[in-house]
Design a protein around this ligand. Sequence first.
Ligand SMILES: C[S@@+](CC[C@H](N)C(=O)[O-])C[C@H]1O[C@@H](n2cnc3c(N)ncnc32)[C@H](O)[C@@H]1O
Length: 270
Amino acid sequence: MIAANEVEAYYESIAPFYDLELSDRHDVRFWIDLVRQLRPRQLLEVGAGTGRITIPLARLVAHCGGQVCGLDLSAAMLQHARAKLARSAQPWRDCLRFAQGDLCTFDLGQRFDLVIAADDPFAHLVDDGDAQRAFANVARHLNGGGVFAVEMPLSRGQDIADRRSSRCSVQGERTIVQADRRLDVDMVQSFTPGRKVSRVVFRYQLTDGGGHTLRRAECSFDGRVRRPDELEALFQGAGLPVTTRWGGFDRSPFDPTRSGEMIFVGIKPS
Ligand SMILES: C[S@@+](CC[C@H](N)C(=O)[O-])C[C@H]1O[C@@H](n2cnc3c(N)ncnc32)[C@H](O)[C@@H]1O
């Protein structure tokens, strides 16, 4: 079973930094183009977080008379999403709702033409059984012919640890500056041979234009690292044959040796 309390505590700590941290991820355009292409009437984002992607997509879907739902486990992330939605313009904001629920068990009582999962909410489902349940649950929420698009960063750290039979760490430091705020992010991800679950530690420091610290946090989680064949198997197991495999937000073909992302698209047979 998932450690829902740990996931909630982790996202409560990072929610204040989340949108700024991901402001240079350049993935929103990818999802907008996908929605323009598929023109769903009913769209669901699972693991919608702060609505970073859900809200721009809702603007588009509402324009064509459709409806959007963003589902997430974390009350803190949803609080940010709902606050942003409340600041948005009518009438399209009435076409979007956020719901709290667990990927493995949610039941929205309706079906969708398109379900998306951006920036790997499945990382928190470390057990295969939970991930299988979550994919099956998404499949249940799809109309026949409906599409499920999943994006996961592709990490090679686990392969390196397995090959060397020793622990391996990947480190990253980033600074994001926007208006009068500066966010420094340090990340260390540690891989243990044969474990498939990495330990990820983030340190955040938010400062204002005068260099004063506004907020700091250190938080960590155990994140499941999935290989392309494991992601493929999750789709297959849920009865959603994979029809498209991209390796980045530029829609380059997926290449397991070079790609930074796995963006796989499965379709529920009609
Ligand atoms: C990395 S964030 C991605 C948020 C959003 N998709 C984005 O790209 O901005 C992952 C999200 O998945 C949510 N999540 C993790 N485990 C979940 C679960 N079991 N059920 C529902 N949501 C979950 C977290 O609360 C978090 O908001």
